[in-house]
Write a new protein. Structure first.
Length: 182
């Protein structure tokens, strides 16, 4: 449907995150001016090991898609980096393919520019416990900062259906909470 905002909701382990990560990574590798932003609610969710783990299932796809030019994804100072580690353990090829940011840091982000970001991946947009104060405003501030009057894609991925999701109200999706599980 070529929507700007795409809410992808479903049970765990059915490939939602994998498909969106694959789409974003392939676009970033194909076009120097196309990167993605991996967005989480809290800054603590953006530790290097967490990001490396999140993209861990992309390594085989990355290696196959680039014919071995890249064989690892890591996190370096806010950047998501595809790299090639040779047989000696040395890094001989790197490319920034994305950025990792948190909604809790929206105030710090809004003065930055991201002219190369074409896709935002907001993982776990449906909270199981608490949302941030003014979270939808913070989220939209980040989207506005990234897009700067350009058309970008926003993928919001959720694993559970919650009747209390602030984003359903924010986007006036009044029928989603009425849906049956499954």
């Amino acid at each position: 449907m070529d929507c700007e905002y795409n809410l992808i909701i479903g049970e765990r382990s059915n490939g939602k995150s994998y498909a969106i990560k694959e789409y974003a990574i392939k676009n970033a590798l194909a076009d120097e001016d196309s990167k993605f932003m991996y967005l989480r609610r809290y800054g603590d969710d953006l530790k290097g090991i967490s990001i490396k783990s999140y993209f861990g299932d992309m390594i085989c796809m990355l290696e196959e898609h680039t014919k071995g030019d890249f064989n690892d994804i890591t996190y370096v100072r806010g950047n998501i980096v595809a790299r090639h580690i040779n047989d000696d353990g040395n890094i001989d090829n790197t490319k920034v393919i994305g950025y990792a940011k948190s909604i809790s840091d929206a105030e710090r982000i809004k003065s930055n520019t991201f002219p190369d970001v074409q896709t935002i991946i907001f993982e776990e947009f449906i909270a199981t416990k608490m949302y941030l104060q003014d979270e939808t405003l913070r989220f939209e501030s980040i989207v506005s900062t990234v897009s700067r009057r350009r058309r970008i894609k926003v993928y919001m991925i959720g694993n559970t259906l919650s009747r209390n999701c602030i984003y359903f109200n924010y986007f006036s999706l009044v029928n989603i909470p009425k849906q049956k599980p499954g």
